[in-house]
Design a protein. Structure first.
Length: 237
């Protein structure tokens, strides 16, 4: 059971909004979308101990709040009205309603997204399917390039509906990717794919893993940072 103390920002550290006491053994700080700061502590922890912990982490908290304040505490909903904007490969494209289009939804660089009017009730499913197909196509292209160059082995590729993780690699080198990758800029998309490919050789996050990733993708840190800053601020599809 959690015991919650609100209004902590009235005291010494205005960075903190809430303290939550529980049966945990260590203290931790969480910065949520919208920049709300929660300190999680073991039951019975003295306020002076919490004060010291927050002081030690104050620089990190300030930096995290600056990042998260730009992210809405709620999900951004995707609209499907005529003229709505749809995110694809890091760009927003206009969605236009038309009388008829193949498969109910289509995309081109010239026209953007075209949605068949009488398919509006299933627009979300059509867009999900588009993202799935594009994620598989683009991920496969990247995989083929890196497998050939680095002599890697991939057993399978699966596209999932995951929202909490971009990709994963099984112990048998089966790769899984969220269809939401299709919303990312190509550079961020490529980073996720190469990250999981590096796991086919190193099934952990050891120094050897990061060194191998750096060999394959020298600027991976920059791409990873973009994903951390912007990855949560995507429309809900």
């Amino acid at each position: 059971m959690n015991y919650i103390h609100n209004g902590y920002n009235q005291g010494m550290h205005k960075l903190v909004d809430e303290i939550k006491y529980s049966n945990r053994k260590t203290m931790a700080i969480e910065v949520k979308p919208g920049s709300k700061v929660i300190v999680r502590v073991p039951k019975g922890t003295r306020m002076s101990t919490i004060d010291q912990f927050v002081q030690e982490k104050s620089t990190w908290i300030s930096q995290a709040k600056a990042r998260m304040v730009q992210i809405s505490a709620g999900e951004v909903k995707q609209d499907y009205h005529d003229g709505a904007q749809v995110l694809y490969l890091g760009r927003y494209w206009k969605l236009s309603h038309v009388s008829k289009v193949r498969n109910g939804l289509s995309f081109s660089n010239e026209k953007g997204f075209l949605l068949q009017k009488d398919r509006l009730n299933i627009a979300i499913e059509l867009l999900k399917e588009f993202y799935r197909e594009e994620t598989r196509r683009l991920a496969t292209d990247f995989i083929d390039q890196y497998v050939a160059r680095w002599g890697l082995s991939v057993r399978s590729v699966r596209i999932t509906s995951a929202k909490s993780r971009w990709g994963s690699c099984s112990g048998k080198n089966g790769l899984n990717f969220s269809y939401r990758l299709a919303m990312l800029p190509p550079e961020a998309f490529e980073y996720v794919v190469v990250h999981e490919l590096a796991h086919t050789r190193h099934h952990n996050h050891s120094a050897a893993f990061w060194n191998f990733l750096a060999e394959m993708l020298p600027d991976y840190q920059q791409r990873r940072l973009w994903l951390k800053k912007n990855g949560r601020n995507l429309p809900s599809v």
